[in-house]
Design a protein around this ligand. Structure first.
Ligand code: ADP
Ligand code: MG
Length: 572
């Protein structure tokens, strides 16, 4: 076959394919244009999931009449004049491709007026050619109407999903625009149905209310304004969880992005408060000097590249983490059935607590109490502050029941203790150790030995003292005080074995060691606790930064609120 230059109708369609993947891509491009035009009001109407019609009307600056026909040509833009501009793009669009691409794969009608009473212009384009161009009037702003998307490209048309699915993508696109631009009032109509209406009063909270409703917004934490330069928005409490990332909306200089780095930073922040496979609701807006971010790396501009990605990652992650730590709201239980039904009503024969309380045990880090952090009472003096949640007893040796200011609290003793130990292990630079009276030797495979040799520092920081003791053998001379009564040699063997698994390798070694250590050393379900042990546990939990979940993200405490109890007892 000989090489031929493609006719423009074909090359245009190929290029358009990169920009316009589905109806929602059209909507997103039109929204970008409206926002770039400084619109304060943007109305979107679609029919049949965008397949039949998509129309975006704005009240922005408009296009001068003699330029409306130029706007739909490829590589025509008003947003870029020199190569230098590319390095500091402040607008959402800049490639001058969107309208041309739309006109290549659909019929595009563009009507624009630059000012009240000014003569406007309307053009109709199809196959990337202007087929009508005439004067028009009307209010200031621009209306773009797109019909028959992919009608001339059966291959593309076939790939479109059900109307409902495409509509879902469109709703997501308008929702993101609305959350990222709270000073703009958006509406979205699907046929006669109104799907979205935001007030455009500049408050992200009000945009969120319009999108999600009050119940969800109550469970969001607002980042303290000005706390971290350039990051503002809302993140969800750990108990508000989703099964996908769909409700994580991240904006860089007003542009919605689906960015690996930023997603990873969010996951990192939620790592020990949300189970894997669960995702928070997040709306965060990053404001970064334009020259620090390259937006020209993706045809649909959904990915960006940061000049200092490490710093962006750390800052975002730390900010979200701080917000989570600042708000330790315990999730109130939402019971939909009576608390107790008659079959389970305790009878006179049932005993509330079986057996005498066991001898007291130190629930902290074992024999040697850890050096208290600076803001706590001096070393040696036990912290005798009474916990806010006052323990009453245990249920099935698994849950601690406590009374507190807002009602009745149920505490998962294992999860709670795990969290306490996890944070304690992180906060002490050198964890208290327990010297073994009888140093134990541990045999390890060559691979495991290598691992121990290269992670000696991490192990040491946690309180292990291991020394080489002949080929494949290690001498264990001291173990973390937190280990308590656990058999140290078998713990070390387990940790080292686990270190070889792929799951482990995703995390930093020191982190993973903390996880296993906290989990192994924590009281178990089934352990009998005395009241003062429960008190100590609760007090320690209350002092945690992220005390409301265990390191795996499961809740540590459930609240049966006063309101809930009143309701269940028919008092309200
Ligand atoms: P880009 O946005 O990358 O510049 P587009 O093809 O999306 O390219 O738009 C081409 C040009 O048309 C824009 O640069 C802008 O000048 C003008 N334009 C498009 N839509 C609007 C609008 N809604 N309001 C004002 N001007 C618009
Ligand atoms: Mg554009």
């Amino acid at each position: 076959m000989s090489i031929r230059r493609l006719p423009p109708e074909i090359s245009g369609k190929i290029a358009a394919g990169e920009v316009i993947e589905r109806p929602a891509s059209v909507v997103r491009e039109l929204l970008d244009n409206a926002l770039d035009a400084g619109a304060r009001r943007v109305d979107v109407a679609v029919e049949q999931g965008g397949k039949a019609l998509m129309e975006v009307t704005d009240n922005g600056c408009g296009i001068p009449p003699d330029e409306v026909a130029i706007a739909v040509e490829r590589h025509s833009t008003s947003k870029l004049t020199s190569v230098d501009d590319l390095a500091r793009i402040q607008t959402l669009g800049f490639r001058g491709e969107a309208l041309a691409s739309i006109a290549a794969v659909a019929e595009l009608r563009l009507r624009s007026v630059t000012g009240e009473g000014q003569p406007g212009r309307e053009v109709l384009a199809r196959d990337e050619r202007v087929i009508e161009d005439r004067p028009a009037g009307g209010a200031r702003g621009t209306r773009a109407t797109v019909r028959g998307l992919f009608r001339a490209i059966p291959a593309r048309l076939e790939f479109l999903r059900a109307e409902r699915t495409e509509l879902g993508h469109i709703i997501a696109a308008v929702t993101r625009a609305a959350l990222g631009h709270p000073h703009v009032a958006f509406t979205l109509h699907d046929g006669h149905r109104e799907r979205l209406r935001t007030p455009g009063d500049g408050e992200v909270r009000n945009a969120l209310l319009a999108v999600y409703g009050a119940a969800l917004v109550d469970d969001l934490i607002e980042l303290a304004p000005g706390e971290t330069l350039g990051i503002d928005g809302f993140v969800s409490q750990p108990h508000l969880q989703r099964s996908s990332r769909a409700d994580i909306a991240l904006f860089v200089n007003g542009r919605w992005v689906s960015d690996r780095l930023l997603s990873a930073a969010i996951s990192e922040a939620y790592r020990s408060v949300m189970p894997t496979g669960r995702y928070p609701v997040v709306v965060l807006r990053l404001t970064i000097p334009p020259e620090e971010v390259d937006v020209n790396v993706h045809p649909s501009k959904a990915e960006v590249r940061f000049r200092r990605s490490g710093e962006v990652f750390r800052r975002l992650s730390a900010t979200v983490r701080r917000a989570l730590a600042s708000s330790t709201e315990i999730a109130p239980a939402r019971l939909d059935r009576p608390v107790v039904d008659q079959f389970f009503f305790p009878s006179a024969g049932d005993r509330w607590q079986s057996g005498p309380p066991p001898p007291s045990r130190n629930l902290g880090t074992g024999a040697a109490p850890p050096a208290p952090p600076d803001d706590q009472p001096a070393a040696g003096a036990p912290n005798l502050r009474s916990p806010v949640m006052r323990p009453l007893g245990q249920v099935e040796n698994t849950y601690v029941i406590a009374a507190g200011p807002r009602g009745l609290y149920l505490i998962d003793q294992h999860a709670a203790h795990e969290r306490v130990l996890f944070e304690r292990l992180a906060n002490t630079a050198d964890a208290p150790t327990q010297r073994l009276l009888d140093p134990t030797s541990v045999d390890l495979s060559a691979e495991e030995s290598d691992w121990v040799a290269s992670h000696a520092d991490d192990l040491h920081r946690l309180g292990f003292d291991v020394a080489p003791f002949g080929p494949g053998a290690w001498l264990l001379r001291a173990v973390p005080a937190a280990l308590g009564r656990i058999d140290a040699a078998s713990y070390l063997r387990e940790v080292v074995a686990e270190a070889q698994t792929p799951d482990f390798q995703r995390l930093a070694a020191s982190e993973r060691l903390r996880w296993t250590l906290a989990c192994r050393a924590a009281v178990k379900s089934g352990d009998d606790l005395a009241l003062d042990e429960m008190s100590a546990l609760i007090r320690d939990l209350e002092a945690c930064d992220l005390g409301i979940t265990c390191p795996h993200g499961r809740p540590t405490v459930i609240l049966l609120s006063r309101e809930l109890l009143d309701r269940e007892f028919g008092r309200t």
